[in-house]
Design a protein around this ligand. Structure first.
Ligand SMILES: NC(=O)c1ccc[n+]([C@@H]2O[C@H](COP(=O)([O-])OP(=O)(O)OC[C@H]3O[C@@H](n4cnc5c(N)ncnc54)[C@H](O)[C@@H]3O)[C@@H](O)[C@H]2O)c1
Length: 473
């Protein structure tokens, strides 16, 4: 008996040493919920419907596109698409005919044929989606139209790409997932920040193990929008903030933070807690500048959210579109062997073991108490430049769009469609990054209670092992 116990003890020790780091930690600590977590319904996947994880669709030599929403954001996308090969711009739609005409001029200037214009009614976009000669609908309208447009387009045989946040409520999110699964169409949220030069380089470093085991990531949208409020069509954005508490614009922070943690590709978010400070600046703006009554304004001045994952990692997300602060997406990555941050200053701090003499001859002098010197940071960024940037950096910087990341996003969307590859962002990313709007509101309105984050893959979050971009062979 003693021998058996001893053998079992030895065996358990051996198992522990051979388990990957993640599994070892997952065994160590499981958080027991002492208070009841708030849950939201998870609709059963309809019979005969399957997930769209790793979805690939037949290759396309030419991707025929229709754009809906040509306000502040849309024309930039039309312009970027004129630089893409193997694309035909077939349709342009906006409520206003003059906005369509402005985009026709972009095509003309690029030497491209005129697209069919759609305008003048709330529903004109449906006619464009009904066409048989369009493969992709690209949406850049206000938030409230996104889900309806994506669903209609997929039901009419189109792939869709939609600006952020692509869905605002849990009903919208589940309806979009179910439509993507039922139609087996691509449904990508146009989250550009995952292609930023620092973020994508850091992701590459993370995937190569430079930071060790990543335990904590951070992201945010901190951007004082006061000068922009009057420019949104029909005042939709201020109205949305007026009527909703919670992090209503979380995707720029969530995207890079979730990719670092392989969310729904080996880990999943389990729950969140959220808290906001009282709104002051926007109500003052409404009162003093617009001479209107700000009473009942809901969105907090600053909203903070913390998320815990199945594998015991944490994410911190913040939202503040009101305070007089410098723009920031925070973006931090903390691992067992190193640290990266983009704001307020870009930098890496690494244990000396993580840097070799190809980066700096004095690598043994490095320690993680402070950022590596600029020349070491530059050498790291050069060494770990992501293959996507190696290929596209020059063109992206020339075409522009938030310093080039917008062009890279569009390029990757078209590249993957043309090559029949899974897109970089799938409908479950869309769901996970957008669900903060409704779930943080629930948490805040319940005294910052923990709220369960649904597994939007409905059981398949561990099917894909690690997030990777797809490339043609
Ligand atoms: N990723 C980014 O960095 C980034 C930056 C800015 C905006 N955005 C997102 O882009 C989207 C658009 O923002 P914006 O600043 O251009 O807003 P906007 O108000 O300037 O433009 C929205 C456009 O949609 C049109 N529209 C509304 N309803 C329509 C309908 N039924 N049919 C056709 N057209 C319709 C409006 O006429 C308007 O021209 C939003 O989701 C926003 O969050 C993303």
């Amino acid at each position: 008996m003693k021998k058996l116990v001893y053998s079992l003890f030895l065996f358990s020790l051996m198992c522990n040493f051979t388990l990957p780091l993640n599994a070892q930690r997952a065994k160590v600590r499981k958080t027991e919920a002492k208070v009841k977590m708030i849950t939201t319904p998870v609709p059963v996947r309809p019979a005969g419907q399957k997930d769209v994880l790793g979805l690939d669709t037949p290759k396309m030599d030419v991707v025929r596109v229709g754009f809906i929403g040509l306000g502040m954001r849309g024309p930039g996308a039309v312009s970027r698409f004129t630089y893409l090969k193997g694309v035909e711009i077939k349709g342009l739609c906006d409520l206003h005919a003059d906005r369509v005409e402005k985009c026709q001029q972009i095509l003309k200037k690029a030497g491209l044929p005129e697209a069919t214009g759609y305008s003048g009614s709330e529903d004109a976009w449906k006619k464009m989606c009904d066409r048989k000669d369009i493969d992709l609908i690209y949406i850049a309208t206000d938030w409230k139209h996104h889900a309806e447009m994506m669903i209609y387009a997929m039901e009419h045989g189109k792939h869709v790409a939609c600006e952020v946040p692509a869905a605002m409520t849990l009903k919208e999110i589940w309806d979009v997932i179910n439509t993507a699964e039922r139609t087996q169409k691509h449904c990508m949220q146009l989250e550009n920040c995952v292609y930023d030069f620092f973020e994508l380089t850091t992701l590459n470093m993370a995937q190569k193990g430079v930071f060790g085991d990543i335990l904590y990531t951070e992201g945010s949208y901190i951007h004082n929008l006061e000068e922009f409020w009057p420019s949104y069509e029909g005042d939709w954005r201020l109205k949305y903030n007026k009527e909703h508490r919670g992090d209503v614009y979380a995707t720029h922070g969530m995207g890079p933070a979730c990719q670092l943690l392989d969310i729904h590709r080996g880990d999943k978010m389990n729950y969140l807690v959220s808290m906001d400070s009282d709104p002051v600046s926007i109500p003052n703006y409404i009162k003093n500048v617009r001479k209107e009554d700000p009473n009942g304004f809901k969105n907090g001045q600053h909203t903070m959210t913390m998320i815990r994952t199945e594998k015991g990692k944490t994410i911190h997300i913040q939202h503040d579109v009101a305070s007089p602060r410098p723009y920031s997406r925070m973006y931090q990555c903390t691992g067992t062997k190193g640290f990266a941050q983009k704001y307020p200053v870009e930098g890496y701090a690494l244990q000396s073991s993580q840097v070799d003499s190809s980066i700096t001859p004095n690598h043994e002098d490095l320690n993680s108490h402070s950022f590596v010197p600029t020349e070491v940071k530059d050498a790291l960024m050069k060494k770990y430049k992501h293959p996507i940037h190696v290929e596209l950096e020059e063109t992206a910087k020339k075409v522009g769009g938030h310093g080039g990341m917008d062009f890279i996003m569009d390029y990757r969307l078209i590249y993957c469609l043309q090559n029949g590859l899974p897109l970089d962002m799938d409908v479950y990313d869309l769901a996970e990054w957008c669900c903060l709007a409704p779930l943080t509101a629930i948490s805040i309105e319940n005294g910052s209670a923990p709220v369960a984050i649904p597994d939007f893959t409905r059981g398949n979050w561990d099917k894909i092992k690690g997030f990777r971009h797809a490339f043609a062979k």
